[in-house]
Write a protein that binds this ligand. Structure first.
Ligand code: PMP
Ligand code: GLU
Length: 398
């Protein structure tokens, strides 16, 4: 069958594919350690599960309004007001099937053919593909020479007459690098000056280490409300990836267009999952802080392990999220070119040492791999010892 050009040009999500492959190997009885997962390994809090059970018992099993139940949209609006000082009406909020779906709706509603979106690289795997699905053009802005910082210089260098918007994901998947207030402010001014939309993907905003602070465009300049669309989800903050509940807030006409698109594709997000998300948003951050503290311990352990034991792999120290993005270019050199790409290295790790990691090429940088630390510390210890063995076996000097 001849598929559409659109379908033929889209890659499947590698992060999901690698996680699925690791799970399959485990199910076959192989002792696989997966650093692939992009989801917290903690159980969803009980109060959230109870809210879902209660919703089912009450018979909340039918359609809701397309953009979500009013109580949930109000809870989202309340979060924006209390945390960022920005007031949204419920008509400026939409609940979708995960942050991913909110982004998909957003690009479909915002972009015409040929419209450009600046995406700092390394980027989360889905951004370029989603922009392409909406007939837009992803313009990749490399941050590797800039300490992986998303600052004004990065966006300025990619501006053309076709630029419609730019994506900010801070802390970033895959680097964990966080934008500071000064950089956010200068990028917000730049967007305003050129009439660009800022798409701020704040999904990791609550997973930030070392008492550093999160900033987005709305927090530094209230007038940014006119050209900012915030995307977020309960997925990472409350370990609810399977609920598939995300949300967006932005200009009313854009949210309304996203609502129309959602009404013709998925209809409302799952009804009882919305009640779980409502309980999560109203339940405070004790659970999230517990999880964040644990992630920080794991990050520190991993950074220390690389520093002491695996000289040929150089990790970027993440300020947040739960990934280590690590430079493997020394392995290419020291292996006498036996390994030449991030995909080859990840294949080698999985085939010979049963360790799953995601090749950096999927995030736009072939000199790196991504290791998720959304796995317990004992598993991390075992996994890193295997990585050390793998590197020592292939490199002339360890
Ligand atoms: N943005 C980023 C940067 C992510 O890492 C993810 C993880 N899947 C998402 C958005 C989407 O999250 P979800 O659809 O699971 O809510
Ligand atoms: N965002 C997660 C990751 O980067 C989940 C996988 C996905 O949605 O692609 O691994």
């Amino acid at each position: 069958m001849k598929l559409s050009c659109r379908a033929s040009s889209i890659k499947p999500s590698t992060t999901l594919a690698i996680t699925a492959k690791a799970k399959r190997l485990k199910a076959e009885g192989k002792d696989v350690i997966s650093f692939g997962a992009g989801e917290p390994d903690f159980d969803t809090p009980d109060y959230v599960k109870d809210a879902v059970k209660d919703a089912l018992d009450k018979g909340y099993t039918k359609y809701t309004p397309v953009s979500g139940i009013d109580e949930l949209k109000s809870a989202v609006a309340e979060k924006f007001l209390s945390e960022y000082g920005i007031r949204y009406e419920n008509s400026e909020v939409i609940v979708s099937c995960g942050g991913k779906h909110a982004l998909y709706n957003l690009f479909s509603a915002l972009l015409d053919e040929g419209d450009e979106v600046i995406i700092p690289s390394p980027y989360w795997v889905s951004y370029p593909e989603m922009v392409k699905l909406a007939d837009g053009v992803p313009v990749i802005a490399d941050t590797s020479q800039n300490g992986f910082k998303f600052n004004l210089q990065i966006f300025k260098g990619s501006l053309t007459s076709k630029t419609k918007g730019l994506i900010i994901n801070s802390p970033s998947n895959p680097t964990g690098v966080l934008m500071d207030e000064e950089d956010i402010t200068s990028v917000a001014n730049f967007a305003k000056e050129h009439g660009l939309y800022i798409i701020t993907d704040d999904i990791y905003e609550k997973i930030i280490f070392d008492d550093k602070r999160f900033f987005n465009a709305l927090m530094v300049d209230k007038s940014m409300k006119e050209n900012t669309i915030s995307v977020n989800a309960v997925s990472k903050t409350y370990s609810m990836t399977g609920f598939r509940i995300g949300y967006a807030a932005g200009p009313k006409n854009l949210i309304s267009a996203m609502n129309n698109i959602q009404s013709q594709s998925t209809s409302n997000p799952t009804t009882f999952a919305q009640y779980g998300a409502l309980a999560a948003l109203k339940g405070g951050y004790d659970f999230t802080v517990m999880m964040r503290n644990e992630f920080q311990k794991r990050r520190d352990y991993m950074m220390d392990f690389f520093d002491k034991n695996i000289k040929n792999i150089v990790p970027v120290k993440p300020d947040g999220a739960f990934y280590i993005f690590a430079d493997i270019s020394k392995v290419f050199k020291e292996s006498g070119n036996e390994i030449n790409s991030s995909a080859e290295f990840c294949d080698y790790l999985l085939d010979k040492y049963l360790v799953a990691a995601v090749p950096g090429i999927e995030f736009g940088n072939d000199n790196f791999i991504r290791l998720s630390f959304a796995v317990g510390i004992e598993t991390i210890k075992d996994g890193l010892n295997r990585v050390r063995e793998a590197v020592n076996a292939i490199c002339k000097i360890a």
